[in-house]
Design a protein around this ligand. Structure first.
Ligand code: IPM
Ligand code: MG
Length: 362
Protein backbone atom coordinates (compact mmCIF):
# COMPACT_ATOMS: atom_id res chain seq x y z
CA UNK A 1 0.00 0.00 0.00
CA UNK A 2 1.07 3.56 -0.70
CA UNK A 3 0.76 6.27 1.96
CA UNK A 4 1.67 9.92 1.46
CA UNK A 5 3.02 11.26 4.72
CA UNK A 6 3.80 14.89 5.48
CA UNK A 7 6.74 15.05 7.87
CA UNK A 8 6.66 17.99 10.28
CA UNK A 9 9.72 17.81 12.49
CA UNK A 10 9.31 21.20 14.15
CA UNK A 11 11.51 22.45 16.98
CA UNK A 12 13.57 21.20 19.91
CA UNK A 13 13.79 17.42 20.03
CA UNK A 14 11.23 17.24 17.17
CA UNK A 15 13.83 16.38 14.46
CA UNK A 16 15.49 13.68 16.62
CA UNK A 17 12.31 11.82 17.52
CA UNK A 18 10.85 12.10 14.02
CA UNK A 19 14.06 10.65 12.57
CA UNK A 20 13.58 7.70 14.93
CA UNK A 21 9.96 7.19 13.89
CA UNK A 22 10.92 7.40 10.21
CA UNK A 23 13.56 4.74 10.69
CA UNK A 24 10.87 2.51 12.16
CA UNK A 25 8.49 3.29 9.28
CA UNK A 26 11.27 2.43 6.80
CA UNK A 27 11.71 -0.91 8.56
CA UNK A 28 7.96 -1.63 8.31
CA UNK A 29 7.92 -0.53 4.68
CA UNK A 30 10.60 -3.10 3.82
CA UNK A 31 9.21 -5.92 5.93
CA UNK A 32 5.65 -5.60 4.65
CA UNK A 33 6.35 -4.31 1.14
CA UNK A 34 4.61 -0.96 1.32
CA UNK A 35 5.53 2.41 -0.11
CA UNK A 36 5.62 5.39 2.22
CA UNK A 37 6.20 8.66 0.40
CA UNK A 38 7.51 11.45 2.64
CA UNK A 39 7.27 15.19 2.10
CA UNK A 40 8.97 17.33 4.68
CA UNK A 41 7.22 20.54 5.68
CA UNK A 42 8.48 23.39 7.83
CA UNK A 43 6.53 24.78 10.75
CA UNK A 44 6.81 26.13 14.28
CA UNK A 45 9.71 28.29 15.45
CA UNK A 46 11.87 26.83 12.67
CA UNK A 47 9.49 28.15 10.01
CA UNK A 48 9.11 31.48 11.82
CA UNK A 49 12.88 31.99 11.72
CA UNK A 50 12.98 31.22 8.01
CA UNK A 51 9.94 33.10 6.73
CA UNK A 52 8.28 34.93 9.62
CA UNK A 53 5.31 32.57 9.72
CA UNK A 54 4.99 29.53 12.04
CA UNK A 55 2.53 27.87 9.63
CA UNK A 56 3.38 28.79 6.01
CA UNK A 57 0.67 28.30 3.42
CA UNK A 58 2.83 25.78 1.56
CA UNK A 59 2.88 23.63 4.70
CA UNK A 60 -0.90 23.73 5.02
CA UNK A 61 -1.28 22.80 1.33
CA UNK A 62 1.09 19.84 1.57
CA UNK A 63 -0.59 18.61 4.76
CA UNK A 64 -4.00 18.91 3.10
CA UNK A 65 -2.90 16.85 0.12
CA UNK A 66 -1.23 14.12 2.22
CA UNK A 67 -2.89 11.07 3.73
CA UNK A 68 -1.36 11.72 7.12
CA UNK A 69 0.95 14.04 9.00
CA UNK A 70 3.65 12.89 11.37
CA UNK A 71 4.38 15.72 13.74
CA UNK A 72 7.29 16.16 16.16
CA UNK A 73 7.00 19.12 18.51
CA UNK A 74 7.00 22.90 18.38
CA UNK A 75 8.10 25.72 20.64
CA UNK A 76 11.03 26.86 22.70
CA UNK A 77 12.11 29.72 24.94
CA UNK A 78 13.53 31.63 22.01
CA UNK A 79 10.03 32.28 20.63
CA UNK A 80 8.21 32.77 23.95
CA UNK A 81 7.82 36.53 23.62
CA UNK A 82 6.41 36.63 20.10
CA UNK A 83 2.86 37.88 19.50
CA UNK A 84 0.21 35.16 19.66
CA UNK A 85 -0.18 34.72 15.90
CA UNK A 86 3.57 34.22 15.43
CA UNK A 87 4.15 31.77 18.25
CA UNK A 88 5.20 28.23 17.25
CA UNK A 89 2.07 26.76 18.93
CA UNK A 90 0.02 28.52 16.25
CA UNK A 91 1.32 25.89 13.84
CA UNK A 92 -0.29 22.95 15.60
CA UNK A 93 -3.48 24.83 16.48
CA UNK A 94 -3.74 26.10 12.90
CA UNK A 95 -3.26 22.64 11.41
CA UNK A 96 -5.89 21.13 13.68
CA UNK A 97 -8.31 23.85 12.61
CA UNK A 98 -7.42 23.90 8.87
CA UNK A 99 -7.68 20.13 8.58
CA UNK A 100 -10.80 19.81 10.76
CA UNK A 101 -9.09 17.38 13.14
CA UNK A 102 -11.66 17.52 15.91
CA UNK A 103 -11.07 14.18 17.60
CA UNK A 104 -7.92 13.69 19.61
CA UNK A 105 -7.23 10.16 20.83
CA UNK A 106 -4.75 9.96 23.69
CA UNK A 107 -4.27 6.45 24.99
CA UNK A 108 -2.96 6.24 28.57
CA UNK A 109 -1.62 2.75 29.01
CA UNK A 110 0.60 1.58 31.84
CA UNK A 111 2.92 -1.04 30.36
CA UNK A 112 3.40 -4.01 32.65
CA UNK A 113 7.17 -3.69 32.45
CA UNK A 114 7.02 -0.06 33.54
CA UNK A 115 5.01 -0.36 36.73
CA UNK A 116 8.04 0.83 38.70
CA UNK A 117 8.27 4.01 36.66
CA UNK A 118 4.74 5.08 37.66
CA UNK A 119 4.59 7.42 40.65
CA UNK A 120 1.55 5.48 41.92
CA UNK A 121 1.76 2.84 44.64
CA UNK A 122 1.68 -0.83 43.61
CA UNK A 123 -1.68 -1.42 45.34
CA UNK A 124 -3.28 1.37 43.30
CA UNK A 125 -1.77 0.16 40.03
CA UNK A 126 -2.82 -3.47 40.53
CA UNK A 127 -2.46 -5.19 37.18
CA UNK A 128 -2.20 -1.90 35.30
CA UNK A 129 -4.61 0.38 33.48
CA UNK A 130 -5.56 1.25 29.93
CA UNK A 131 -7.43 4.52 29.51
CA UNK A 132 -8.58 5.88 26.14
CA UNK A 133 -8.85 9.63 26.55
CA UNK A 134 -10.79 11.38 23.82
CA UNK A 135 -10.34 15.11 23.69
CA UNK A 136 -12.37 17.52 21.56
CA UNK A 137 -9.74 19.40 19.57
CA UNK A 138 -11.12 22.20 17.43
CA UNK A 139 -13.63 23.96 19.67
CA UNK A 140 -14.09 25.34 23.16
CA UNK A 141 -11.95 27.97 24.81
CA UNK A 142 -9.00 27.34 22.48
CA UNK A 143 -10.90 28.61 19.46
CA UNK A 144 -13.54 30.91 20.99
CA UNK A 145 -13.54 34.68 20.75
CA UNK A 146 -10.66 36.21 22.67
CA UNK A 147 -9.37 39.67 23.33
CA UNK A 148 -8.74 42.54 25.68
CA UNK A 149 -11.25 45.00 27.06
CA UNK A 150 -11.56 47.79 29.55
CA UNK A 151 -13.73 46.95 32.51
CA UNK A 152 -14.84 48.94 35.59
CA UNK A 153 -12.10 46.99 37.40
CA UNK A 154 -9.43 47.99 34.90
CA UNK A 155 -8.00 46.42 31.76
CA UNK A 156 -8.89 42.74 31.31
CA UNK A 157 -8.49 39.83 28.88
CA UNK A 158 -10.96 37.10 27.96
CA UNK A 159 -11.22 33.76 26.14
CA UNK A 160 -14.70 32.44 25.50
CA UNK A 161 -15.60 28.76 25.93
CA UNK A 162 -18.23 28.07 23.30
CA UNK A 163 -19.44 24.67 22.17
CA UNK A 164 -22.17 24.02 19.64
CA UNK A 165 -24.42 20.96 19.80
CA UNK A 166 -22.94 19.77 16.50
CA UNK A 167 -19.39 19.88 17.88
CA UNK A 168 -20.39 17.96 20.99
CA UNK A 169 -22.44 15.41 19.06
CA UNK A 170 -19.66 14.46 16.66
CA UNK A 171 -16.99 14.03 19.33
CA UNK A 172 -19.46 12.13 21.54
CA UNK A 173 -20.05 9.70 18.67
CA UNK A 174 -16.31 9.08 18.39
CA UNK A 175 -16.22 8.36 22.13
CA UNK A 176 -19.23 6.03 22.10
CA UNK A 177 -17.90 4.17 19.06
CA UNK A 178 -14.58 3.73 20.86
CA UNK A 179 -16.40 2.48 23.96
CA UNK A 180 -18.33 -0.04 21.83
CA UNK A 181 -15.03 -1.52 20.63
CA UNK A 182 -13.71 -1.72 24.19
CA UNK A 183 -15.52 -2.36 27.47
CA UNK A 184 -18.66 -0.29 26.80
CA UNK A 185 -17.91 2.13 29.59
CA UNK A 186 -17.66 5.88 29.03
CA UNK A 187 -16.97 8.71 31.47
CA UNK A 188 -17.69 12.23 30.24
CA UNK A 189 -15.78 14.93 32.10
CA UNK A 190 -17.11 18.48 32.41
CA UNK A 191 -17.73 21.32 34.87
CA UNK A 192 -21.51 21.36 34.61
CA UNK A 193 -21.88 22.64 38.18
CA UNK A 194 -20.46 25.99 37.03
CA UNK A 195 -20.19 26.36 33.26
CA UNK A 196 -23.07 26.77 30.81
CA UNK A 197 -21.01 25.23 27.98
CA UNK A 198 -20.53 22.18 30.21
CA UNK A 199 -24.29 21.91 30.84
CA UNK A 200 -24.91 21.80 27.09
CA UNK A 201 -22.04 19.30 26.82
CA UNK A 202 -23.63 16.99 29.39
CA UNK A 203 -27.12 17.23 27.90
CA UNK A 204 -25.84 16.53 24.39
CA UNK A 205 -23.66 13.59 25.47
CA UNK A 206 -26.75 12.15 27.24
CA UNK A 207 -28.73 12.53 24.02
CA UNK A 208 -26.10 10.74 21.90
CA UNK A 209 -25.88 8.11 24.63
CA UNK A 210 -29.47 7.07 23.84
CA UNK A 211 -28.16 5.80 20.49
CA UNK A 212 -25.73 3.53 22.35
CA UNK A 213 -27.86 1.84 25.04
CA UNK A 214 -25.20 -0.80 25.67
CA UNK A 215 -22.61 1.76 26.80
CA UNK A 216 -22.61 2.62 30.50
CA UNK A 217 -22.28 6.40 30.63
CA UNK A 218 -21.15 8.42 33.68
CA UNK A 219 -20.48 12.13 34.07
CA UNK A 220 -17.97 13.61 36.47
CA UNK A 221 -16.58 17.06 37.10
CA UNK A 222 -13.06 17.87 35.97
CA UNK A 223 -11.80 18.63 39.49
CA UNK A 224 -13.07 15.27 40.69
CA UNK A 225 -11.68 13.53 37.59
CA UNK A 226 -8.20 14.96 38.25
CA UNK A 227 -8.33 13.42 41.70
CA UNK A 228 -9.94 10.11 40.69
CA UNK A 229 -7.33 9.25 38.03
CA UNK A 230 -4.73 9.30 40.80
CA UNK A 231 -6.87 7.63 43.46
CA UNK A 232 -8.00 4.76 41.24
CA UNK A 233 -7.10 4.95 37.52
CA UNK A 234 -8.48 1.45 36.95
CA UNK A 235 -12.07 2.71 37.30
CA UNK A 236 -11.73 4.44 33.88
CA UNK A 237 -11.98 2.99 30.42
CA UNK A 238 -12.94 5.65 27.84
CA UNK A 239 -12.88 9.28 28.95
CA UNK A 240 -14.52 11.99 26.83
CA UNK A 241 -13.77 15.63 27.49
CA UNK A 242 -13.41 19.13 26.09
CA UNK A 243 -10.36 20.74 24.54
CA UNK A 244 -8.99 22.47 27.65
CA UNK A 245 -9.87 19.77 30.19
CA UNK A 246 -8.44 17.13 27.85
CA UNK A 247 -5.19 19.04 27.49
CA UNK A 248 -4.70 19.05 31.25
CA UNK A 249 -6.04 15.60 32.06
CA UNK A 250 -3.95 13.90 29.35
CA UNK A 251 -0.71 15.32 30.78
CA UNK A 252 -1.73 14.07 34.21
CA UNK A 253 -2.60 10.58 32.96
CA UNK A 254 0.61 10.39 30.95
CA UNK A 255 2.66 10.91 34.09
CA UNK A 256 0.83 8.05 35.78
CA UNK A 257 2.09 5.76 33.02
CA UNK A 258 5.68 6.52 33.94
CA UNK A 259 6.66 9.26 31.54
CA UNK A 260 5.14 11.70 29.15
CA UNK A 261 7.79 10.40 26.74
CA UNK A 262 5.76 7.25 26.10
CA UNK A 263 2.37 8.42 24.95
CA UNK A 264 1.33 8.93 21.32
CA UNK A 265 -1.73 10.68 20.01
CA UNK A 266 -3.90 10.74 16.91
CA UNK A 267 -5.94 13.74 15.77
CA UNK A 268 -8.64 12.74 13.35
CA UNK A 269 -11.30 14.41 11.23
CA UNK A 270 -14.12 13.08 9.10
CA UNK A 271 -12.07 10.97 6.69
CA UNK A 272 -9.06 8.79 7.39
CA UNK A 273 -6.68 11.71 7.34
CA UNK A 274 -4.96 12.29 10.62
CA UNK A 275 -2.17 14.08 12.38
CA UNK A 276 -0.02 11.95 14.65
CA UNK A 277 2.22 13.32 17.36
CA UNK A 278 3.69 12.52 20.75
CA UNK A 279 1.79 14.29 23.51
CA UNK A 280 5.00 15.74 24.94
CA UNK A 281 6.58 19.01 23.89
CA UNK A 282 9.86 20.10 22.34
CA UNK A 283 11.99 19.60 25.51
CA UNK A 284 14.52 22.38 24.77
CA UNK A 285 16.67 21.34 27.75
CA UNK A 286 17.74 18.03 26.15
CA UNK A 287 17.99 19.00 22.48
CA UNK A 288 20.82 17.33 20.61
CA UNK A 289 21.93 15.22 23.57
CA UNK A 290 20.52 11.88 22.31
CA UNK A 291 18.44 11.74 25.50
CA UNK A 292 14.88 12.08 24.17
CA UNK A 293 12.62 9.08 24.48
CA UNK A 294 11.54 8.24 20.89
CA UNK A 295 8.79 5.83 21.99
CA UNK A 296 5.85 8.30 21.99
CA UNK A 297 6.67 9.28 18.40
CA UNK A 298 7.27 5.71 17.28
CA UNK A 299 3.90 4.73 18.74
CA UNK A 300 2.38 7.75 16.97
CA UNK A 301 3.68 6.27 13.71
CA UNK A 302 1.93 3.03 14.70
CA UNK A 303 -1.34 4.95 15.15
CA UNK A 304 -0.78 6.53 11.74
CA UNK A 305 -0.54 3.14 10.07
CA UNK A 306 -3.65 1.97 11.91
CA UNK A 307 -5.96 4.94 11.40
CA UNK A 308 -4.80 6.51 8.12
CA UNK A 309 -3.44 3.37 6.45
CA UNK A 310 -5.78 0.70 7.82
CA UNK A 311 -2.63 -1.37 8.44
CA UNK A 312 -3.57 -3.12 11.70
CA UNK A 313 -0.91 -5.83 11.55
CA UNK A 314 1.90 -3.37 10.83
CA UNK A 315 0.70 -1.10 13.63
CA UNK A 316 0.58 -4.01 16.10
CA UNK A 317 4.07 -5.05 15.01
CA UNK A 318 5.46 -1.67 16.07
CA UNK A 319 3.61 -1.80 19.40
CA UNK A 320 4.89 -5.29 20.12
CA UNK A 321 8.45 -4.29 19.23
CA UNK A 322 8.21 -1.37 21.68
CA UNK A 323 6.76 -3.56 24.43
CA UNK A 324 9.52 -6.09 23.91
CA UNK A 325 12.22 -3.41 24.21
CA UNK A 326 10.70 -2.30 27.52
CA UNK A 327 10.13 -5.84 28.76
CA UNK A 328 13.79 -6.61 27.97
CA UNK A 329 14.69 -3.82 30.36
CA UNK A 330 15.84 -1.10 27.93
CA UNK A 331 15.25 2.36 29.36
CA UNK A 332 15.79 5.92 28.17
CA UNK A 333 16.76 8.43 30.88
CA UNK A 334 13.17 9.55 31.54
CA UNK A 335 12.04 6.06 32.55
CA UNK A 336 15.24 4.66 34.07
CA UNK A 337 14.96 4.24 37.83
CA UNK A 338 17.55 3.82 40.58
CA UNK A 339 20.50 1.84 39.29
CA UNK A 340 19.05 1.12 35.84
CA UNK A 341 21.37 2.18 33.00
CA UNK A 342 19.86 4.57 30.50
CA UNK A 343 20.31 4.25 26.75
CA UNK A 344 19.98 7.05 24.19
CA UNK A 345 17.42 7.94 21.54
CA UNK A 346 19.41 6.25 18.77
CA UNK A 347 20.06 3.07 20.74
CA UNK A 348 16.39 2.68 21.72
CA UNK A 349 15.37 3.18 18.08
CA UNK A 350 17.89 0.56 16.95
CA UNK A 351 16.57 -1.97 19.48
CA UNK A 352 12.95 -1.45 18.41
CA UNK A 353 14.02 -1.70 14.76
CA UNK A 354 15.82 -5.01 15.37
CA UNK A 355 12.77 -6.33 17.23
CA UNK A 356 10.62 -5.59 14.17
CA UNK A 357 13.10 -7.20 11.79
CA UNK A 358 13.29 -10.34 13.92
CA UNK A 359 9.58 -10.62 14.59
CA UNK A 360 8.01 -13.74 13.13
CA UNK A 361 4.48 -13.04 11.96
CA UNK A 362 1.70 -15.54 11.66
C1 IPM B 1 -0.99 19.53 23.38
C2 IPM B 1 -0.21 20.81 23.55
C3 IPM B 1 -0.87 21.90 22.71
C4 IPM B 1 -2.28 22.10 23.23
C5 IPM B 1 -0.10 23.23 22.65
C6 IPM B 1 1.32 23.05 22.15
C7 IPM B 1 -0.80 24.27 21.84
O1 IPM B 1 -0.13 21.15 24.89
O2 IPM B 1 -1.11 19.06 22.23
O3 IPM B 1 -1.46 18.98 24.37
O4 IPM B 1 -2.49 22.86 24.19
O5 IPM B 1 -3.19 21.49 22.68
MG1 MG C 1 -0.92 19.68 26.21
Amino acid sequence: MEINIAIAKGDGIGPEIIDSAMEILDTIEKKFNHKFIYKEVSLGGYAYDRCGDPLPKETIDICKSSDAILFGAVGGRKWDNLPVDKRPERAILGLREELGLYANLRPGILFNSLKDASPLKAEIIGDGFDIALIRELTGGIYFGEKGYKDTPRGKGAYDIELYTEMEIERIAKVAFNTAMKRNKKLTSVDKANVLEASRLWRKTVEKIGKLYPEVKLDHIYIDNASMQVIRDPRQFDVILTSNLFGDILSDEISMLTGSIGLLPSASLGEKNKGLYEPIHGSAPDIVGSNKANPIATILSAALLLQHSGGLEKESKTIEMAVHKALADGYRTADIARGNEDAIGTKEMTEIIKKNIEKMVLN
